[in-house]
Ligand binder design. Sequence first.
Ligand SMILES: [Zn+2]
Length: 430
Amino acid sequence: MTLASTIGDVARLPAASSPESRARCRSCGTALTHIVTDLGMSPLCESYLRADQLNDMEPFCPLVVYVCDRCFLVHLQEDVSGDEIFRDYAYFSSYSDSWLDHCRRYTDQMVVQLGLTPAHFVVEVASNDGYLLQYFVQRGIPCLGIEPARNVAAVASAKGVPTLPEFFGVGLARRLAKEGKKADLLLGKNVLAQVHDLNDFVAGLKILLKPHGTITFEFPHLMRLLEENQFDTIYHEHFSYLSFLSTETVFAAHGLTLFDVEEVPTHGGSLRVYARHAEDRTRSLSQRARQLREREIAAGVATLPYYEAFDGRVTATKRKLLEFLIAARAAGKIVVGYGAPGKGNTLLNYCGIRTDFVDYTVDRSPHKQGKYLPGTHIPIHAPERIFATRPDYLLILPWNLKDEIMTQLAGIRAWGGRFVVPIPEVAVSP
Ligand SMILES: [Zn+2]
C-alpha cells in the first residue's frame, strides 16, 4: 500500500460532521446518536511504516465508538474501506504459541463434536496464513481458506492450505455454492468483528452453509471490553464490538440461529458462538447459551445506561499510564515495549506515547521487525534487542498474552527488569 493511494482514498470520504454522512447502524440502519467512547484521531493500526516512509503524511481517522439504540450493535462509523486496510496486511497469525495451541485444540474439538471425516468440507473465512486450517489438512479433512490479503494468502497456499485471495460476501458465497463447495463447518476466528458490510457477510454465510452444517465464529466479548476496560482493542480494523444478543439479532435477520456458545480466554475474553440454519431444528438452544443471554440481559447490554461510564474509565487509565511513565523517565529508567499488536497502537496513539517514553518495541514476527509503529514511529526490533540493552521496564502491549511473554522473557529479572501491564490498569510485576 502506498501512502499516496491511502491519502487519496481518505480524502474522498465525506466529512464526519456533515449531516449526510451521519453514521447509521451497519445492521439495522438506525441513525447513530450515542457515543460509547471517543479515542480521537488515530492512524490505521496495522499500517507499519518503513524507514523511507517516516517523513510522509499519514492518514489519521476518527476512532469513535457508537451504540445503536435500536439493536444495540456497538461499532465504529464508516471511515476507512476494508480494501484499504487489507491490501497489505502485516498480521501473520502463526507467531504466537498460545494462539496456535488454541487452534489445535479447536480442531480436535470440532472433529469429535461434529464427527468430521474426509467426506466433509471445512471453510474458514479470513484464514490468514493457514495457521488453523493446517490442522484440518493434517487430518485429511478437505478445506478451503478465504483470505483477502494477497501476501498472506500466498503464504497459506505455499504451505499446502488451499486459499482464495478474495473478500467474502454474498457474491463469493453464491459462486462457491454453485461449484458444490458448501460447508459442513463454516468458521471464522477474528473476522466477524472486522467486517464492514455485516449484512452482506452474514447473508453469505447463509448461502454457503449446508442444510445441517454448523457455523462457529469467535470474537472478543463486548462485556469483557466494557467491564475490564479493554479500550485498546478498539481500532479501525476492529469494526464491531459484539455481544451474544447483538450477534443473535444480526444472524436472525439472515435466517441463522445461534444455538450454543462457549466463553474462551483468547483476546482478553472471547465468545465462540455456534449457529445453524433457522430451518434446521435438529439442535435447540443450549443451557450455556440460555445462561449467557440471561446474564447479558441482566447486565443491561440491551440498554443505554450500560454504556455510560466507560468513557470516564478510559480517560482515567490514560492518566495512570502517563503518570507511571513520567515518573519512570524522571527517575532515569529505560522503558521499552514488547509486541507490536494493533491494540498497542491504539494505546500508544491515544495516550500520546512516543520514543520520549518508550525507546523501542520488539516483535517475534520478522514481517514487523525493522519497521515503525504507525503514528508514534516507535521502532520495532527483534526480541534479542532486550537482552542487549537491558531495560528497566518492559511494557507488554499484547497484555492478553502476558503469561506467555513473562515466562519467555523471565531472563530480564537477572538485571532487575520488570514487566508492566497497561490494562485493565497499570500493574508492575514485583
Ligand atoms: Zn442497529
